[in-house]
Design a protein around this ligand. Structure first.
Ligand code: FE2
Length: 209
């Protein structure tokens, strides 16, 4: 399946991370996320509160995302930073997926909420079956369920046990745009090598200027 060329040096934060420059609907969303985080500690509680709010946001996003949020690439799926909080506790990315573009198998080490703005995101899940759940080697993964998330769909996940998956768009499907909210600044994540039974933490790049 091969890793994408995204796993390169991280681009520094840019003006796209400035809160004041965001459309009001996104500012309201992030303000609500901050309030939820003040009230709740457990990742399952945070995604329970954030997921319906994110679902409402999906319905009103048309025209809100700007060109620098919607950069695509012929080479790989694009990760466009929308906002990263100064305390590194929250980040919001807009991702653009062309046909045939996939992530590697990975987990985020964080909770997350993902909404589909346009197209259809495919998710393939993996289940860790070895008993060394905290180790980075000796990992045995088996394939799990598959989801096809159409425009307007929202999904979420929590860590521990890790949510292991790969996401993308198969060839023959259309361009897809997704919005991703994470419980940390997602500068990198854990990538799994299924043949070697290992996982490594790798930096992931930001594509927008
Ligand atoms: Fe992911």
């Amino acid at each position: 399946m091969g890793l994408t060329p995204l796993h390169t040096a991280v681009v520094p934060m840019s003006k796209s991370s400035e809160f004041k420059a965001l459309p009001s609907a996104l500012r309201e969303c992030l303000t609500e996320v901050a309030a939820i985080r003040r009230e709740f500690v457990q990742p399952a509680d945070i995604v329970l509160e954030c997921t319906p709010m994110f679902s409402r946001l999906m319905g009103g996003l048309t025209g809100l995302l700007e060109d620098h949020h919607l950069c695509g690439s012929d080479e790989h799926y694009a990760r466009n930073l929308v906002y990263a909080s100064p305390d590194e506790a929250t980040s919001l990315f807009c991702m653009v997926w062309g046909p045939g573009q996939w992530t590697p198998v990975h987990d985020h080490g964080s909770w997350g909420v993902v909404g589909v703005v346009k197209g259809a995101l495919h998710e393939r899940n993996y289940i860790r079956t070895d008993s060394r759940e905290r180790d980075d080697s000796g990992i045995v993964l088996i394939r799990g369920g598959v989801s096809v998330l159409a425009a307007g769909s929202v999904t979420s996940f929590v860590p521990n046990p890790d949510h292991i998956h790969r996401a993308g768009v198969p060839r023959g499907w259309g361009e897809t745009v997704t919005l991703h909210l994470y419980g940390r600044n997602m500068r990198g994540y854990n990538i799994y090598d299924m043949e070697l039974g290992r996982r490594t933490e790798e930096a992931v790049a930001q594509d927008n200027p």
